[in-house]
Design a protein. Structure first.
Length: 109
């Protein structure tokens, strides 16, 4: 599918947002989600009326979980895309140099 436009996350249903939550993964969306996105893109209105209600009723905990999930995906992407020497420095920083000294072999890819 070719790039056809942008749709605000507030116009998407929870199911669509969950389906599109990946940052660094290639994936195929379902025909239902594709239809919903096209409708929202061309009309500027939510494909499902409950999408706006659910977005405005989101609790602080829901927002935190969503942000945490996105942050984890971003971190996974950045770590997997880093060169071997950066990965070596990252592991050294995470393990630290305090006693007891830990010796590890870092393999990346």
């Amino acid at each position: 599918m070719l790039w056809q436009g942008e749709v605000s996350c507030y116009l998407q249903s929870v199911e669509s947002r969950d389906n599109l939550g990946a940052i660094s993964t290639l994936f195929q969306i379902s025909s239902e989600v594709a239809a919903e996105l096209k409708k929202a893109m061309f009309s500027g209105q939510p494909a499902k009326p409950e999408a706006v209600a659910l977005a405005t009723e989101a609790t602080e905990e829901d927002l935190f979980k969503f942000m945490e999930s996105r942050a984890h995906e971003f971190i996974k992407y950045k770590v997997s895309a880093s060169p071997w020497d950066d990965m070596q420095e990252l592991v050294a920083g995470l393990l630290g140099f305090a006693s007891p000294r830990i010796v590890v072999e870092v393999k990346h890819r």
